[in-house]
Design a protein around this ligand. Structure first.
Ligand code: FVH
Length: 292
């Protein structure tokens, strides 16, 4: 058994797939845990594992100064906490939201006497409580709350604080996940190209993974160019050359019977940037075309 005497007690609202994983991580580390879930049946199993289950969200909030919320969406947070006294509480909201929702929720919490920290979870439930899996949570909002509870918050997953603007955790979360979808889109196109050929997808997969890993550090050069404003600095493969190559990609797709719909929007942006006279740049200028 764990010594719970020095472990910060935690109240957790929300026992979905992610909430349950968080709960188990804190219980396993010996933190006294109070839980509430809208559907009580989901809490019963955690009671058997040592959690204190309350019948209402208000009771759970009253139990401890540190309140962690992990519900479906921002609306459910509002519903679950309606009319509950949050005075003096440290409210940590791990519910996925937009940056604007997170900022509004921070104001909402402040108006109710709570300190607010927002979180964006970069992990799926099996990665929680498993440090070797590399999952972590972006935090933003009250630095005081983050520093006071960093050790406790670090039990389920790593912690990365990204600033006092409560919207920044959500923004970082969505930025990384957006890049992930771009990567998945590229991989989907690559697999489609070989789909009708006598090529085992399992033989392409490691090549694809290694290539994506090899290309990923290019984001550091992109950042350097955005900071300096010089998009031609140290360019190896310039935009003019890359645009000249796009017909090869589109013809190959056509020959393989593959729709170019995932690639075409990016190529269209590359052509637009080239038409502005930016042939000596790399691809960084595309970013400026996206920002309205
Ligand atoms: N699961 C995942 O892979 C992702 C990983 C990245 C982060 N997300 C976000 O985490 C939040 C919770 O996700 P979840 O996986 O726990 O979601 P569910 O299993 O669907 O559980 C949802 C919980 O929310 C409760 N709930 C929904 N609506 C309300 C409401 N109006 N009032 C009170 N509670 C509500 C629901 O309760 P019940 O249905 O059991 O009664 C669950 O506890 C989420 O933001 C992900 O985007 C997870």
């Amino acid at each position: 058994t764990q010594n719970t005497a020095e472990k910060t007690p935690v109240t957790l609202l929300g026992l979905g797939a992610m909430g349950t994983a968080l709960a188990r991580a804190w219980l396993a580390a010996g933190h006294p845990l109070t839980v509430w879930n809208r559907t009580p049946a989901r809490a019963a199993v955690l009671a058997a594992e040592g959690a204190h289950v309350t019948a209402s969200a208000a009771e759970a909030v009253a139990a401890n100064p540190l309140i962690v919320v992990c519900l479906l969406d921002d609306d459910s947070v509002g519903e679950a906490l309606t009319g509950i006294d949050l005075t003096g509480r440290d409210l940590v909201n791990l519910t996925t939201s937009t940056p604007a929702q997170a900022r509004a929720r921070a104001e909402w919490a402040r108006a109710r006497g709570a300190r607010y920290l927002d979180g964006g979870i970069m992990a799926v439930p099996p990665m929680i409580g498993a440090p070797e899996a590399g999952g972590y949570v972006f935090y933003s909002g009250s630095r005081e709350v983050f520093e006071r509870h960093q050790k406790t918050l670090g039990v389920p997953a790593g912690t990365t604080y990204v600033g006092q603007d409560a919207g920044f955790a959500a923004l970082h979360d969505v930025a990384l996940l957006s890049a992930m979808y771009g990567m998945f889109a590229g991989a989907a196109h690559a697999f489609a190209l070989i789909r009708k050929e006598d090529i085992d997808p399992a033989s392409l997969a490691p090549l694809l993974a290694d290539w994506l890993v090899a290309m990923a550090p290019a984001v550091h050069q992109t950042a350097d160019r955005l900071r300096s404003g010089d998009y031609t600095q140290g360019v190896v493969s310039n935009l003019a050359m890359q645009v000249a190559g796009t017909p090869t990609f589109l013809s190959t797709a056509e020959q393989q019977g593959v729709s170019p719909e995932l690639l075409s929007p990016y190529f269209a942006l590359m052509r637009r940037r080239l038409a502005e006279g930016s042939g000596e740049e790399d691809l960084t200028g595309v970013i400026d075309l996206l920002v309205r």
